[in-house]
Structures are given as structure tokens and as C-alpha cells.
Design a protein around this ligand. Structure first.
Ligand code: R7I
Ligand code: MG
Ligand code: MG
Ligand code: MG
Length: 356
């Protein structure tokens, strides 16, 4: 267990950013055609392609809030992060935020502006708990922004889980929303820890995640009212089975794993895209596994910005920044800023105990 290099930090966050920016134009579309996407990525890889810059959406806006909070405060601080979410939302409300989470921002703004801090009304955790008549949101909004937590806490497994949970519960308290964010955080952390000069041991990667999510779902509960005991472990079993099958039918993947804004039907999908892209995919012409990950994620349609962003964070964390095509980077809003912030986060993230 060594120290993770800065290139992997940059790769994770640039990966998340590129997935968001490049996936956003296709969000909510039925699967875009194979040819459309091949041409789109070919043209985006060319830095001289004249195209309006691809703007990032809420996924990255919230990621940046968490990232800057860690850097400026040097620790996790729920009030500061809540304040950044609120400030960013009201400054730029048109970044494509989820419909319901806006209610949380409005309530949080009141709480944060209130002078009486000890009043129970000032509880920053409450608005999220009140969503959906008290059941909390099960959207993927917690998972889509979790990469900075995975990076900052990479060397401390318990801290990673507890911080990712708190960070998510500022907006998403449903077990499926929280556990989805934990799965995403664990997948990014594992991607950071493996050496990309060796071929990825996909079986080992998924088995490790399954063991961890079994513990998580035993401890946290599953959050469903049906009889599925461990919904994320079930989805991971499907991921594993799909990875072993020779023929890859998009319809089957979408049917079994999903491509929606629900965490349960998007985080395992993103993981599948990252792992599947370790091998060639017939409909996608590229040697680059990072591009292949994004292109494949987007080809499934649905919540394309978020699924590509989550898969991109895993792939970027594994391969590191140098592996990510510079042309692709050049067309996306905010790349230079996020690279700079990644460097700062790397310099404050605790190293593993034996290296301190
Ligand atoms: O999860 P959230 O932040 O949305 C993230 C998505 C990403 O795709 C972004 O790119 C952006 O497009 O939005 O926002 P929420 O508003 O908490 O959840 C999103 C949607 O999920 C809600 O508007 C609901 O339609 C649905 N949803 C639920 N529906 C029923 N019951 C979330 N939780 C529930 C629920 O408990
Ligand atoms: Mg978005
Ligand atoms: Mg397709
Ligand atoms: Mg989305």
C-alpha cells in the first residue's frame, strides 16, 4: 500500500469532469447512434476542432464545492460544504440540477443565514431528511460528486466511508442514495490503489468491491421495501456476470443495470462501463481505454453526463492524467482549474500510516 501519485488524483478529477462535459449533450436521449458518438469523440480528440466549449453541469459544480472546501479548510466540514452547494446553486441555477434537490438548497439557505446556530432549525442535515415525505432522495446526486472524498480519504478506509456518508447526507439520505455514493467512493479509491502499468485484474477488482458492499449493506440496511436484502451486491453480481459474457448487447445491459438518475441503476452501470472498457468493444474504434470508457457510457443513453462522469473518475484514477487525450481535455470547461485543485488536494491528503 504505497503513496498515490498526483497524476492519479488529477486523472480522477479530470476524468469526472470530462465525463460530465462530454456526456451532458446526450443526457436523457435514447441511446445515441454508434456513428454519431464515434464522430463526436474523433472530433473532440482533435484540439483544432472548432466547437463551443462543452460546459460542465451540476455534477461538476458540486464536485468543485467539495474539492474547494477540503482545500481551504483541510478537513471535512458539513456547514462549509452546504454553504458552497447553496452559493453555487443560486449563482448558477442553470447547471442542470435534479428537480427535487433544489428544495434542499432553498431550506439550507435559510438555515445558513439564520443567526441562531444552536436552534434546531439550524440543523444542516434536516432538509435532506425531509425529501420525498421523509424517505430521502435515492437519486445519484450523492454519488456523482463523491470523487474528492475518495481522494482525500484514500489512505483511511473507515474515514472514507464515514466522510462519504456525511457528505452524501447533506442532500441524499435514502439508503440507496447513500450506499450508491459509498460504492462510487470505494470504486474510485480502489482505482487509485491499483498500478496501471499492469493489466487490471477485473475479477479481483469486482470481488473486492462485493466484499466491501456486503459489509456496507449489512451495516447500513438496504433501504428497500421489497425482499432484496442487498440491492447493490445484487447489482454487482450482475456486473460480474455481464463481464464474463462474450456478446455485449446494449439492451441487456440497460435492462439489467439501468441508465437512470437513481443511484441503484447508475452507479453499478458506471462501474461496468469502466471494467468492460478494459477490453476492446466492437462498436468503438479507439485504443484508449479512458476514451472507450466514456464513449461506451454515453452510448447507453439515459443519465449520460452522470454515468460517464462516475465511470470517468474510476478510469482516470486508474490510468492517471497523462493517459487522458489532451484534445478531449481542451474542449471542456474548467479543466485547468480542476487540475490545479487536484494538485492542492494531493498535497493535503493524508498518506498511508507507514508513509507518514
Ligand atoms: O440526485 P440528484 O442530485 O439528481 C442528480 C441528477 C444527475 O443526473 C444530474 O446530472 C442531474 O441531471 O440530476 O437530485 P434529486 O432531485 O434528489 O433526484 C433526482 C430525481 O430522482 C428526482 O427529481 C426524482 O425524480 C427522482 N427521485 C425520486 N423519485 C421518487 N422517490 C429521487 N429520489 C426519489 C424518491 O425517493
Ligand atoms: Mg448533470
Ligand atoms: Mg447503442
Ligand atoms: Mg445527470
Amino acid at each position: 500500500r504505497g503513496v498515490v501519485g498526483v497524476s492519479k488524483f488529477k486523472g480522477a478529477l479530470v476524468g469526472a469532469l470530462l465525463g460530465d462535459c462530454l456526456g451532458a449533450p446526450f443526457e436523457g436521449e435514447n441511446e445515441p447512434s454508434t456513428d454519431t458518438l464515434q464522430e463526436y469523440f474523433d472530433s473532440m480528440e482533435n484540439p483544432s476542432t472548432k466547437a463551443p466549449v462543452k460546459r460542465f453541469t451540476d455534477d461538476t459544480a458540486m464536485t468543485l464545492g467539495i474539492l474547494k472546501s477540503f482545500i481551504e479548510l483541510g478537513c471535512f466540514d458539513e456547514r462549509d460544504i452546504a454553504n458552497r452547494f447553496v452559493t453555487n446553486y443560486f449563482r448558477e441555477p442553470n447547471r442542470g440540477y435534479g428537480e427535487s434537490v433544489v428544495t434542499v438548497f432553498k431550506k439550507l439557505r435559510q438555515i445558513l443565514n439564520s443567526s441562531n446556530r444552536s436552534n434546531s432549525e439550524t440543523d444542516v442535515w434536516k432538509p435532506a431528511q425531509q425529501q420525498f415525505n421523509g424517505s430521502g432522495s435515492l437519486g445519484n446526486g450523492g454519488a456523482m460528486r463523491i470523487a474528492p472524498v475518495a481522494l482525500y480519504c484514500y489512505s483511511d478506509y473507515k474515514l472514507l466511508l464515514s466522510t462519504a456518508e456525511k457528505c452524501t447526507k447533506l442532500t441524499h439520505t435514502h439508503k440507496l442514495g447513500v450506499n450508491g455514493a459509498l460504492l462510487q467512493a470505494l470504486a474510485v479509491q480502489q482505482s487509485l490503489m491499483v498500478d496501471s502499468s499492469q493489466p487490471l485484474d477485473v475479477d479481483c477488482f469486482i470481488n473486492d468491491l462485493m466484499a466491501k458492499m456486503t459489509e456496507v449493506e449489512k451495516a447500513n440496511g438496504n433501504g428497500t421495501d421489497n425482499d432484496i436484502e442487498m440491492p447493490y451486491v445484487e447489482q454487482l453480481k450482475i456486473v460480474k456476470n455481464l463481464l464474463m459474457s462474450e456478446n455485449l448487447d446494449d439492451e441487456v445491459v440497460i435492462d439489467l443495470l439501468g441508465n437512470s438518475i437513481r443511484a441503484q441503476y447508475s452507479v453499478p452501470t458506471a462501474l461496468f462501463c469502466f471494467l468492460r472498457a478494459q477490453k476492446p468493444i466492437e462498436s468503438i474504434q479507439t485504443e484508449n481505454k479512458f476514451r472507450r470508457t466514456l464513449q461506451y457510457s454515453i452510448s447507453l443513453g439515459g443519465d449520460t453526463d452522470t454515468i460517464a462522469s462516475m465511470a470517468g473518475a474510476m478510469s482516470g484514477a486508474y490510468h492517471g492524467l497523462e493517459y487522458i487525450n489532451e484534445g478531449l481535455q481542451s474542449h471542456c470547461e474548467g479543466v485547468d482549474e480542476i487540475i490545479n485543485l487536484s494538485e492542492q488536494l494531493h498535497s493535503i491528503a493524508p498518506s498511508p500510516p507507514e508513509h507518514q
